[in-house]
Structure formats: structure tokens, C-alpha cells
Design a protein around this ligand. Structure first.
Ligand code: HEC
Length: 371
């Protein structure tokens, strides 16, 4: 051993790399929290989560915001890679090499006891490369399909209409795959050995010994690969930055143009104007007695009170002397409110509240009879 004192930790990640990883964690959690409930919108847990996040509109906007964070991170990653490869002329140590296949086989043989020693691996071992490239691939697929879904109408002007449902199907399945991948990564890279290097920047020697024995040997032998001189780096950097800045500005401008290109369903239609008055409902044909009975079986009394005279949830009186039904409220407005709901009131669909019931409810609400 060239060094007298053995160190317990070795530097592995720069502050910039740790910050990148932190941004990735935030973006991933944010995208999962806002994406999974959209994927499982039929489930009760998803609906509670959507409500907690402020309804589906805010969930969709938050999902896009988190996607934007991810896009910025991906662009930064590409830029910093370009800098390392082109200016610092570091070797592309994350690229798959032939030795990774050999390491994989040796590792399998070691695992089943056919080899006495673990393979001695370099700075990035085959498992980390698989992890990295699967993640990169997943993120690319999600970004491409997500961007197609971002401007669905404009996209179908260029691609066939089927592209949107296909993009959606791929986006959903890839998202689930990525969730699995991240769970595996969290176990394999962090929990299994309690490897906290991505947070502290330093990797424990015991883990180096197992996973990067070859690199550890180089480090401890004190050998250093001769780096480029400061002057060379500076002259390459002088050529790199102007190009990098121009490309970044162009990509950013293109992205901003694309991301703001189209207003989709998020903002185009005010909620209250969606429902169309059902012309075949005859409010006069309603039966007040049936309406009163219906009232107590529906969710309405929870908010509007058992006699529809207003309730604790801030729901207004509909019936009686201070009620709005038949006074400020026409049947048409009543119908639209119940079908569309509002920020504070759920929408009621025909499956739950058929059109015919509307007339009965209306009859009871306009009458003096109690339920
Ligand atoms: C979760 C509570 C809640 C439930 C359940 C609910 N409402 Fe409402 N409703 C409200 C609130 C709050 C308002 C006040 C206006 C607003 O915020 O939209 C309202 C407003 C209305 C209005 C408009 C009143 C006006 O004067 O403009 C009608 C009509 C109405 N509700 C009918 C119903 C009927 C019928 C049901 C059952 C099928 C029902 N509501 C269930 C909370 C509720």
C-alpha cells in the first residue's frame, strides 16, 4: 500500500452532482404524486389525493410544472456532460464497455459460489450503468410522449390522430416502469449497503472495496492519470461556452414556444358553462313527495341541510322563504349547478342522479312540503 494511513471514505460526488440528484428526487416525487392519481383516477385514494391537491386542474398544472423541472435538469445534465467530455476531456466512464459483460458474469458466478472473489470493478460498475441507462431511457420516453400530450391538438395536425392515445398508453406504462426502477434503485444503491454517498459526497471504503475495488486500488496506489494543463482546458472552454450558450438559448426558446403553444382543456372552458340544458326534462312533471324522499337519500342534505334550508358547509338555502329555488334560480340554472358542481359542490352525473329525478327534486324544493 502506497499510503501509510488508510482513509475511511473517498470522494465520489461533487456538490453539483448531489444537487442534480436532489432535483431529480423532487421532480420524481412531484411527478409521481401528481401523475399516479391521474392514472388511477377511479380509485378512492387517487380521488382523495386529487382533492387534497386542489382538484384535477391543479393536479395537471402541478404535473406540468414538475415536468418542466425535470426538463431543466435533463438540459443541465447534458450541458455538464458536454463540458466534462469536451473541455475537461474526461473519459466517458458511464458508457457500457465489454468488461461490464464480463463483470456481470463474474458477479453471477461469485453470487452462486463458483468464483472465490468478487469481480474488481471500476468507478461505475455494470449494475450502476444498467441503472443509469434504464433511467435515462425511461425519462426520454416519458419526456417525448409527455411533450406530445402537452399540445395534443397541434400534434395531431402533424402526426396521425392515433398518435395521442398511443403516446398516452406509452406514457402511462413507462411511468409505472420508472416507479419500479426507482424503487429498485432506492433499495440497491441506497438501502442495501446504507450507501449515503449521493447525499454526503463521500463513499465508505468498505463499499469501495466491494463495488469498486479496481478504482480503490488506483486511488490508494497514489497513481494519477495525467490531466490536461490548465491552459489547454481554458482554451477549450473559450471555444465551448459560446457554442453552448447559443445552443442552450435556442433550445430554451424552442421549448418555451412549444410549452406555451396551446391552451388545452385546463383553461379553455369555464366549468359552469359545460352542461347543456336537457330539453326533455319537464320540471312541471315532477312529484314533490318523490322529490322529498329522494332528497334524503342523496348527498345534498349533508351540505344543504335536511330541509334544504342551508347547511353548515356554507351551502345556501334552496327551499323555504330564504331559498333560491323558483326565485333567483331557474330550473335551467339548478340543472347546470347539479350537473357541473362547483369548487365547493360535487358534480352529480346522470348515473347517480338521472334526469327524471331532477324534476322531482325541483318539485319538492319549490313546494312547502317537508321531507
Ligand atoms: C359538499 C357539499 C354539497 C353537496 C353534497 C351539495 N351541494 Fe349544492 N351547493 C353547495 C355549496 C357550497 C353551494 C354554494 C354555491 C357554490 O359554491 O357553488 C351549493 C349550491 C347549490 C345550488 C345553487 C344555489 C343557488 O342559489 O345558486 C343548487 C341548486 C344546489 N347546490 C343543489 C344541490 C343538490 C340538488 C344537491 C344534491 C344532489 C347538492 N346541491 C349537493 C354544496 C353542496
Amino acid at each position: 500500500m502506497a499510503q501509510d494511513v488508510q482513509r475511511t471514505h473517498y470522494r465520489r460526488f461533487s456538490p453539483a452532482q448531489r444537487f442534480e440528484h436532489f432535483v431529480l428526487i423532487i421532480a420524481f416525487i412531484g411527478l409521481a404524486i401528481t401523475g399516479l392519481p391521474q392514472l388511477f383516477a377511479g380509485e378512492a385514494w387517487a380521488q382523495s389525493l386529487i382533492l387534497a391537491l386542489g382538484r384535477i386542474e391543479s393536479v395537471r398544472i402541478l404535473h406540468r410544472f414538475m415536468a418542466l423541472l425535470l426538463i431543466v435538469e435533463v438540459l443541465y445534465h447534458v450541458l455538464s456532460l458536454a463540458y466534462k467530455l469536451l473541455v475537461l476531456r474526461q473519459s466517458a466512464s458511464m458508457l457500457p464497455r465489454r468488461r461490464d459483460g464480463r463483470d456481470l458474469l463474474d458477479w453471477l458466478r461469485y453470487t452462486v459460489g463458483r468464483l472465490p472473489e468478487r469481480p474488481r470493478m471500476a468507478h461505475y460498475n455494470f449494475l450502476q450503468k444498467i441503472d443509469y441507462w434504464l433511467t435515462v431511457l425511461s425519462i426520454l420516453v416519458l419526456l417525448v410522449t409527455g411533450l406530445l400530450l402537452w399540445n395534443p391538438i397541434a400534434v395531431t395536425g402533424v402526426l396521425p390522430g392515433g398518435a395521442i392515445p398511443v403516446a398516452q398508453a406509452i406514457h402511462k406504462n413507462q411511468a409505472l416502469l420508472l416507479v419500479l426502477l426507482v424503487v429498485w434503485h432506492t433499495y440497491n444503491a441506497f438501502l442495501k449497503q446504507f450507501n449515503v454517498s449521493i447525499f454526503t459526497g463521500n463513499l465508505a471504503r468498505r463499499i469501495m472495496l466491494e463495488e469498486h475495488a479496481e478504482e480503490l486500488e488506483t486511488l490508494e496506489s497514489g497513481e494519477q492519470t495525467p490531466g490536461a494543463s490548465g491552459e489547454q482546458v481554458a482554451s477549450r472552454a473559450r471555444r465551448f461556452w459560446p457554442v453552448a450558450i447559443v445552443v442552450t438559448v435556442l433550445v430554451a426558446a424552442g421549448l418555451i414556444r412549444y410549452l406555451t403553444y396551446q391552451q388545452t382543456a385546463i383553461t379553455t372552458v369555464p366549468r359552469q358553462n359545460v352542461a347543456i340544458f336537457a330539453p326533455d326534462v319537464q320540471p312541471a312533471a315532477g312529484d314533490a313527495a318523490i322529490g322529498g324522499a329522494l332528497w334524503s337519500t342523496l348527498r345534498c342534505p349533508i351540505c344543504h341541510g335536511p330541509q334544504a334550508t342551508g347547511g353548515p358547509e356554507g351551502a345556501p338555502a334552496l327551499k323555504g322563504s330564504s331559498g333560491s329555488v323558483g326565485k333567483t334560480l331557474t330550473f335551467e340554472k339548478f340543472y347546470a349547478q347539479v350537473r357541473n358542481g362547483s369548487d365547493k359542490m360535487p358534480a352529480f352525473r346522470p348515473e347517480e342522479l338521472p334526469d327524471g329525478y331532477m324534476a322531482h327534486l325541483w318539485a319538492w324544493l319549490s313546494s312547502k312540503s317537508t321531507s
